[in-house]
Design a protein around this ligand. Sequence first.
Ligand code: ADP
Length: 953
Amino acid sequence: MPVAVRNPGIDLDQKKAATPGIRWQDAIASRRPPMYGRRPCRSALRMRRESGVVKLFSARNLPAWIMLALCLLLSLVVSRQVGREFDQKATAEFAEVVDELSLRVEETLAAHSLILRGAAGLLVSAERVTQKDWLTYVDVVRGGALAPGMHGIAFNPLLGADQLSGHVARMRRDGLPDYRVLPEGKRSAHAPVQYIAPDDARNRRALGFDAYSDPVRRAAMEQARDTGRPTLSGRLHLVQESEDNAPPGVIMYVPVFRRGAPLASIAQRRAALVGWTSSPYRLDDLMQYILRKQGRYDGRHLAISIHDGTERTPGSLLYSRGSPTAFAGNSPLQQQRSVVVQGRHWNLQFERKAAADDMSPAWVTLMRGIVLSVLLSALVLSVLNTRDNARRIADGLTAELRRRGEQLQESELRWKFALEGAGEGVWDRNLATDEVYYSPTWKRMLGYEEDEIGNTPEEFSKRVHPDDALAVQKAIDDHLSGRSAHYVSEHRMRCKDGGYKWILARGMAVGTDDAGRPTRIIGTHTDITARKQAELELAQHRDHLEDLVKSRTAELSLARDVAEAANRAKTAFLANMSHELRTPMNGIIGMINIALRGAADPRQAEQLRKSLGAAEHLTDIINDILDLSKIEAERLDLEQSDFALAELIESSVAMQEVAARAKGLALSCVVDPTLPHKVNGDALRLRQILLNFVSNAIKFSERGRVAVQASAVERDASGMLLRIEVSDQGIGISPEQQARLFQAFTQVDESSTRRYGGTGLGLVISRRIAQLMGGDAGVSSEPGEGSRFWATVRLAVAEGAAGSERVPTAAETADELRREFAGRHVLVAEDEPLSQDVACALLEAAGLVPVLAGDGGQAVEAAARGGLAAVLMDMQMPVMGGCDAARAIRALPGMTGIPIIAMTANAFDDDRDQCLRAGMNDHIAKPVSPDAFYRCLLSWLRRAASPEKAASV
Ligand code: ADP
């Protein structure tokens, strides 16, 4: 099939090179790109590696790093500027606060001095003021509470030494009995605390304290007196404080002058002085109040110290808060103010402190700047790398695509080379353009040169055998329409020489257009002519073989039919022979028996007995031959009935006692007493084996003992394998002779035959019977020493207890018949006169009345007349056979229950079955043994009379 002239990436020269014998690798080696052989994941790995730490600092990322450096620099500059501005602003703000606080201190104390002036006014205006008046005044002035920081308002009168006692007396009279002026001692002037409000425990401690006695207080008092203005004392320990390490305090004094006195000069003021109103301060409380008023700095950010005077010594420290550091003088964080408060210089120092967790705005700005710079740089870095990565990924993909394309080309080239190299023709048809590529092998397969075949589909279709063209077209259509997964076709194609080749074409559609229709179909051609020829030859052979088998089968079938016919003829002959021999034997034995019964002369009786023995021997031979023929035709059926095992063995041996004794041999029989009493199996056949072994032992021994032993080889609950051994001390058998034993018609030697007689059938029948009974038979023997014959048979254990198995004699059974059924009529249907006589004699001997019928028709007539107790029926009779007669009798009214017993020389099992099917009850084979005859008749007569009685026979 066609090939689209479509060979991506392969030029014509290369196609030519792609012929068998030239390695396709060579052809493609020159076209291998630099990337060839690289594993697909390598470029990806490299890209990953390049985007690692090393590449982070590559020149490509330089803009990002420059950007980072610039941003950081900018952050630094801005943060410094922010810091500077912040510091300036903070310093200005700080100075503002410092000024405000300083002013506040001045203002507060100035305000307080007004209160003291008011109190002084009271004292000047009133005639007399008592402690109570003082308290009332202060209470009114302060409105329920003293000014913040002010601990009390007191009055200290100026007393001369002579006025002191009167003062004390008056005070005590006014309600202070314990009043004293302290410290005690004589001084030229005194200024004790006379009144102090509020009246609390602290202030009470100050009552009577002579402020004049203390130089610090006195200095302030005298300054106030001389200046006439409120004056603050220096640093002192307030007497209100009970503890020595209490914070320092100051007292403001306001002079009280006599009303109306001139106060222009110091002298006038000294002369007019009456005393001082005063107010003690604890600086801590005062400053707490003042600081509370400003809201810009809390305790963590502001340290303050106040010194009395201009010197800053520990002794002058009035107030300290927030552990201020030493004053440096030029720090924007430190400010100092000197204020004059109520006539006293105070030095105030302030320090602005930064809390540990506070961050300067400059730092915050710097940090933010750094973070922003890093983020910005990362962004730039990312942009740079994304673009670069994208470019590299695109490069990688392009390279990968190129590589895949090349691989595709190589792979296409490779399979074309491979197919061509393997002798496969390649075709490739473009369905859109109908161009077809036919490979050189494709053309050579049909005997053409490269340039002898064109590029059209017709080059293919015109060469397809006309008989195959339709099938080929259908296979292609099926595949292209999606009905088959592949296009496969075996067809003939015409070669250049005009001959045809068988081609296996395989193909597959590849690629589809927008409508889903295949656009291209590619495939191969394989020359399968040799295979087709082989298949043809094989088919011819097979046909020939089948013919052979058929003819052979027909031949064999014919041969089998012939053999079966021969077998049938043999069986029929045997059956006929048996019948023909048994009929006269029946007469002979029957007649001898009758003669014996009437023989009075002992010599004649002895002759008759010998005749009977010879006749019985002859019967045995006939029976043996019959048995063997049955065995060989596989038609020997075994009986299955319960019997007493030990009794069967012992009675069988006992039957040979006379013969043993006649030869002066001892005969013994030992049956293992543990054997089951009653077993199930074929008792007659077991007896047959035993009689054969024992009679042989007696026959081939001249002395010694014949010993019979019976035991179990295997045994279980359901059955056993019985082993019977018969040993003698007779002539024995050599090993060579033993090998020939158990074969039909084999005797050890001819002399033995002459001497001992026999047919050579006994042992072979015994072994076959034993085998049929699931066992075997064999011998061990020493010539001159004796032989030991053994046989094993499988017997089932019979259920239930065994009854007495002693078999009554013929005479005993005949007596029973006479006793129970004497005078009853028994029909004898028999055409053969001798047999009629035998049957009649037997019946009469048992007291029964025989009624004769010479054929089947007469028998039916006799039966129809009635009065019969039983019917004895021969099988082969003229007019009507025994079976038909039996059926006719059964059909007569009242005849369904009458015993009909076949008494016939047809002794085969088939014959017996035939009789039973015709409605007869039992079957006695000729020659008839009186024992069997009487037993059978008694049993059926009893059963007909009363079904229960029959069981006891
Ligand atoms: P028949 O005794 O009728 O010839 P058998 O099959 O019973 O046939 O025996 C076959 C032969 O085996 C005998 O002829 C005899 O030669 C040999 N044979 C059988 N039993 C004994 C035995 N107990 N002792 C010696 N030879 C025996």
